[in-house]
Design a protein around this ligand. Structure first.
Ligand code: ME8
Length: 538
């Protein structure tokens, strides 16, 4: 193999070699398990759902680039009163409601190039088995007790609130602002109160388990207030998973839902598989469900004698017009309207990668962020059309006019080599910290520097020769590295860049960190101009 080809796939090459000929085994050194919340099937997917799912997808893709064995799970949450009521309002059975809406989620994830390895539905038999196994274990360990319960309930949250919380919000749900209903029934209770101290100890021993810091403090605040036992079953509904020791009850939807994360990796069915993936999981979720994930879920696992999750990454809300999206506020935006455009709404077609880039780049992970169509347009034109798209089209144009369409090799001592190294380090650190916006900002620095390098040397004004080759070779090398680093965000367009600069295979098949080393673009490859990658939008 030519020295320059090492570490990149050039058609027939399938093994990965680091520069210097050191062989890199294709055996994964680590595993990465990432999840999104499983979404309720009462509502169709909007950009809030897409926000979490695109981030999870990009993380999964980044870890695949690192050569890690990756498992990416998403799915739908299909039981509970909320679904039962929506189904009744639509004149269909809950199962039909679940089937239809679950399919809508799968369609939208396909549209957005989501590379999930599994899609779990809580109405699947494998899930019933796993929920019953987990709750039976908690029951056997003595942490479940039957009691009579009455209290204010929010059907939208599928949660009871305390009288104090209800009073504080004038009898309304603290999350939805809608009136709480009074429910009374025999319930099984999970003795959450016994886990106040174990949870505090777990938080102490695992200071990075809940990210970012502000969300960890919020969770700790909830625990420090002292935890009350919680009701985990219902007799008032039938649309749920039966309690194995008392089938007149079904599990309350949250205890059913949270268990999805272990169902999919074989809890209660395949202990070996379960051990392989658990507890090294990275849960992604919005702050609306922090309490369930950062308090109830680790407590349930501790009660069952299972280790709590490795990491919970909690992000803020994506707001539209300063408000959380909701059906009743009519401020929901649907992914397809931004991907394909919607004339009625005055939306341009950003394409799949344009959509993904916006939601990964715009809003730092953690705080709330307002979605603005104008902001999306500006960012698309600046970062994608001008910076990345222009770099490719300029380079391809000048390679055609000055180098007969054949891309030259980079200079090993290029001033861009050091930038590329720094950019890789920053990009990798940001993905490792679940900070996609920072990761892309870092990667884009390399694009900007390459554009400045071109402008400083103006190869289009020079006669063909070594000076032109040097500048263009460096720019092609930047495009190669950027294609790899940006592939988690822009899977389709980076595959296209890879091909247009003459490389075979795909950017996503490369392995980091080797593929980010400077000097691997071999030169001597045909460079194709093609249509604008990101046409300017107005
Ligand atoms: O809560 N901004 O499902 P759900 C940011 N089934 N993220 C948003 C968002 C917004 N405006 N709107 C939705 C449930 N999300 C349960 C979860 S998990 C065991 C069970 C995202 O359909 C965000 O990830 O209401 C939020 O946590 C999730 O969708 C809520 O989805």
């Amino acid at each position: 193999m030519n020295d320059h080809l090492q570490g990149i796939q050039t058609g027939d090459a399938t093994t990965t070699e680091a520069p210097g000929g050191v062989s890199v085994p294709d055996v994964p050194s680590q595993r990465f398990y990432v999840t999104t919340p499983i979404y309720y099937v009462n509502d169709i997917p909007h950009i809030g759902h897409a926000y979490t799912t695109v981030i999870a997808d990009a993380l999964a893709r980044w870890h695949r680039l690192l050569g890690e064995e990756t498992f990416f799970l998403t799915g739908t949450d299909e039981h509970g009163l909320k679904i039962q009521r929506v189904a009744a309002a639509n004149g269909i059975s809950p199962q039909e409601q679940a089937d239809r809406t679950s399919e809508r989620f799968r369609e939208v994830w396909k549209l957005l190039d989501i590379s999930n390895d599994d899609f779990i539905r809580t109405t699947e038999p494998r899930h019933t088995r796993s929920v019953q196994a987990l709750l039976q274990q908690i029951h056997d360990n003595g942490y479940i007790q039957k009691r009579r319960y009455s209290g204010p309930y929010c059907v939208a949250c599928e949660a009871y609130y305390s009288d104090a919380e209800s009073q504080e919000h004038g009898g309304n749900c603290p999350v939805h602002g809608t009136p709480l209903e009074h429910f009374e029934e025999d319930n099984y209770f999970f003795k959450l109160s016994e886990f106040t101290q174990p949870l505090l100890e777990w938080y102490e021993a695992n200071p990075h388990a809940v990210q970012p810091e502000g969300k960890r403090n919020e969770a700790l605040g909830l625990i420090r207030q002292g935890l009350e036992d919680i009701s985990i079953s219902r007799t008032s509904i039938s649309w749920g998973i039966p309690v194995p020791w008392d089938p007149g009850h079904v599990f309350y939807v949250w205890y059913d839902a949270l268990t999805n994360y272990i169902t999919a990796i074989g809890y209660g069915a395949d202990p070996e598989r379960f051990e392989t993936w658990w507890p090294s999981v990275h849960h992604l979720l919005g702050k609306d469900i922090l309490r369930f994930h950062c308090v109830y879920w680790p407590a349930m696992l501790l009660a069952a004698g299972v280790e709590p999750p490795h990491q919970l990454n909690v992000h803020g809300y994506l707001l539209v017009g300063g408000k959380k999206m909701s059906k009743t506020r009519l401020n929901q935006i649907f992914p397809a309207d931004l991907v394909n455009g919607n004339e009625k709404l005055g939306f341009a077609a950003f394409g799949v990668d344009g959509f993904r880039y916006q939601f990964l780049r715009d809003n730092p992970f953690g705080p709330d962020g307002d979605f603005s169509y104008e902001g999306m347009l500006t960012r698309y034109n600046a970062d994608l059309a001008n910076n990345l798209g222009n770099l490719l089209s300029r380079v391809a144009t000048v390679v055609a006019s000055k180098c007969g369409g054949i891309g030259p090799a980079p200079q090993i001592a290029s001033p861009l080599a050091q930038v590329a190294k720094e950019v890789y380090d920053e990009t990798a650190a940001a993905w490792a910290a679940t900070a996609p916006s920072r990761a892309l900002e870092a990667t884009w620095r390399l694009i900007r520097e390459a554009n400045s390098h071109l402008e400083a040397h103006e190869p289009w004004k020079l006669d063909p020769g070594p000076a032109v080759d040097a500048v263009l070779g460096d720019a092609l090398e930047v495009l190669r590295i950027v294609a790899v680093l940006a592939s988690p965000a822009l899977p389709t367009t980076t595959a296209e860049i890879w091909q247009r600069i003459g490389l075979s295979g795909t950017a996503a098949e490369q392995r980091l960190p080797e593929a980010a080393s400077w000097g691997l673009y071999p030169g001597g490859l045909r460079v194709t101009k093609g249509a604008a990658l990101f046409p300017r939008l107005s």
